[in-house]
Design a protein around this ligand. Sequence first.
Ligand SMILES: *Cc1c(COP(=O)(O)O)cnc(C)c1O
Length: 384
Amino acid sequence: MMRTKLLIPGPVDIPEDVREAMSIPSMPHYGAAWMQLFGQTQAMAKQLFATQHDLYIMAGPGSMALEAALGSALEPGDAVLVPNNGFFADRIVAMLEGLALKPLQVHIPWGQPLRPEHLTETLATHPELKAMAVVHHETSTGVLNPLESLCAMARDQDLLIVVDAVSSLGGVSLPVDAWGIDCCVTVGNKVLETPPALALLSISPRAWEQIMQRQAPRGWYLDLRMWRWYADNWGDWHPTPVTMPTSNLYALHHSLTQLLAQGIPQRWKAYAAAMYAVRRGLEAVGCTMLVEEAYASPLTTAFYPPEGISAPQMQGWLNDEAKLMITGGLGALKGKILRVGHIGLARQRDYVEPFLLAVENYLRLQGCEVLPGSSLVALEMVTQ
Ligand SMILES: *Cc1c(COP(=O)(O)O)cnc(C)c1O
């Protein structure tokens, strides 16, 4: 049976060699061999984050690392600015509420970018704000928020900056230190092309100062002070407090090695080319883009099907008949838009081309006039 190709924005199809790298014999999460693997993986991840600061690798999903950062650095009752234009910002709000923090949201319609001027008034009128928690790539809409300028605004007010870069880091430029980000979170299972299991979190000296001063209890696993205790005291043989998914770290080591060998900017270019080819191709067959080009993430494209075509039916046909899995809208966009990911192998021609051709086929079946091959207008840009 033909295997379904994943063109969803995570989890993603993983290169064969990464899957093979995972099938190592069992290995303990301590000792000399582990320390070498762990240290090298940390060092490579720091290159990707463009950070000189601490980089922690934790067992668990991205949401866990975000919760660890927010919960460890802030005191109950602290006010946190949340620029909100999508589902994952809503999740940060829920997380803050769960931690007894006070989210202060600036809402922008889904599909539109958060611009720095949207924050001006709130920043000027809320001196009690302690931090900003912001999503870089809002995967629910494919908007890439202009993070550099948002961070600059927050730095001016001396806010601690926590960034959800779960679906962007590694796929677009995100120099963590240069943009003044205190805590930046990503995962192994999106742009870094490994199975789900690991979260990566950078922590600035400024964040550590707050973390070490915090008074209220904050549990055990998600207390970054406890993670630091292990790094500081057992760091030469057993650097984490818990058992780590060792095979997944091996996969991450392999995947980062490949990425750095290819070159980080080359990878960014490949994503941008996939996004461009998909946008041009979908437009050529009558689809409409949700996000304006200047703020479109190179990692996910959200679009409306042509007039009269049902998004859920098109998604179902692509999945069942063409064995290509894409996804739909969330919230108010449910049933209206479709989202196609370019993350992982989905950025390559053997994903982009069948996807565009299948969209054509479906539209012809629905009676649209679509010339065969007309969606491939920009395909030659896409890498193999
Ligand atoms: C996928 C995603 C998450 C959730 O990641 P988990 O690892 O499932 O916690 C959070 N934020 C963004 C922007 C995402 O794309």
